[in-house]
Ligand binder design. Structure first.
Ligand SMILES: *Cc1c(COP(=O)(O)O)cnc(C)c1O
Length: 366
């Protein structure tokens, strides 16, 4: 994870532009209007078209992605942009049946009525699935919440062989741990709300891609639909991104330790963590990810036992979402995910691992 220069380059992305006396970190500019005696050569014209603080974040993300980036006010806004820019009436889109459920709700409620056909395939079945007939293939790996994985290079080859575009939701990994564009994806979408912002106080998302015409369409979608991020959120994300690599290093290492110990605990069933050699996603995870992430899932006996564990475990916030500094646990069945009542999605935070494990062990009973 630390072997490449992208993160260092991201930290110093403003260096070459800095004049004497300039602030090292970007100022927060929330102006909607800009001095415009003529339209020519104006870097900024109107806030819905471009804002200085978004561009600072897009520059950071573009370095991490190795591709141009368009920022959005949430992960779902980025997903909506990617889908509305690639789907049209009569086309078929393949979605993971076990991925982030809001993506399925969006397509069911807003794309299907416009004549888009939706085909659902489980993430673990993507590698063997036939993509014939699809115009857009959307995958999420590891999937949220089940943490199944699919082969991104294979998905890109199969999608392109039938003339489809591949969109990858890279939220659970971030650009530091998985590089879908290098593996052939046409677009990456991600919720920067999670680990990139990292402090549970910003909604943000982005689309990245190397297809110039497609990315121009994504930028046009933002301008015309008005799905624009706020300057303050951009500024907070810029700050969060500066520590992404150190937070991920801690979180992934702790998740590996905790997963290994949970695997030996008699009360834990159906443990999933791609970093465990026994996990069914381990082989593909090892090939295409440069870290195994900070999410793990497991089951306790039932709803009552899972809620009891979550309420008694110190240092674990009972909340939805993931990727923040605080460890967080949630029973996903409460949102209607197709999982067992005692299924918990656990996001490992930056607490020192032995302190966190002691609390978990105590709440589980040794
Ligand atoms: C959270 C999440 C999203 C949506 O992000 P928001 O910022 O909440 O809109 C999309 N995909 C995945 C995999 C997520 O976990």
């Amino acid at each position: 994870m630390t072997s490449d220069r992208r993160f260092a380059d991201m930290l110093h992305h403003r260096a070459e532009r800095l004049g004497r006396g300039d602030p090292i970190v970007p100022p927060l500019v929330s102006a909607t209007t800009y001095h415009l005696p003529g339209l020519e050569n104006a870097a900024f014209k109107y806030g819905r078209m471009a804002m200085p603080t978004w561009e600072e974040v897009e520059e950071q993300l573009a370095i991490l992605e190795g591709a141009p980036v368009v920022g959005f006010p949430s992960g779902m806004a980025a997903i909506a942009a990617a889908l509305f820019c690639t789907c049209k009436a009569g086309c078929e889109v393949i979605l993971p049946s076990d991925g982030y459920y809001t993506t399925r709700l969006l397509t069911d409620q807003f794309l299907a009525p416009l004549g888009v056909k939706v085909r659902l395939i489980a993430t673990a079945d993507m590698d063997l699935a036939d993509f014939s007939g699809a115009s857009v293939v959307f995958v999420e790996t590891p999937s949220n919440p089940g943490l199944d994985c699919c082969d991104l290079a294979l998905a890109a080859r199969k999608a392109h062989a039938v003339g489809a575009k591949l969109i990858v939701d890279n939220t659970t990994m971030t650009a530091l741990l998985q590089r879908p564009l290098d593996l052939g994806a046409d677009l990456v979408v991600a919720a920067d709300t999670k680990a990139p912002a990292g402090h549970s106080d910003v909604l943000y998302g982005h689309v990245a891609g190397r297809d110039v015409a497609l990315m121009a369409r994504v930028a046009e979608w933002r301008k015309l639909s008005g799905s624009v991020p706020g300057a303050f959120e951009a500024w907070l994300l810029h700050r969060g991104l500066e520590t992404l690599e150190v937070r991920l290093a801690r979180m992934c290492a702790s998740a590996q330790t905790i997963a290994q110990r949970l695997a030996l605990h008699p009360r834990i069933k159906a443990l999933r963590y791609p970093g465990l050699p026994a996990d069914r996603a381990h082989a593909i995870a090892k090939r295409q990810m440069s870290g195994f992430g900070f999410l793990l899932t497991f089951e306790l006996e039932g709803e009552a036992e899972a809620e009891d564990f979550l309420s008694r475990c110190a240092y674990v916030t009972q909340t939805t979402s993931f990727g923040g500094t605080h460890s967080a646990g949630e029973r996903r069945a409460r949102w209607g995910d197709a999982v067992a009542p005692g299924f918990i999605r656990f996001s490992v935070g930056v607490e020192p691992v032995e302190v966190l494990w002691a609390a978990m062990g105590k709440a589980l009973g040794r």
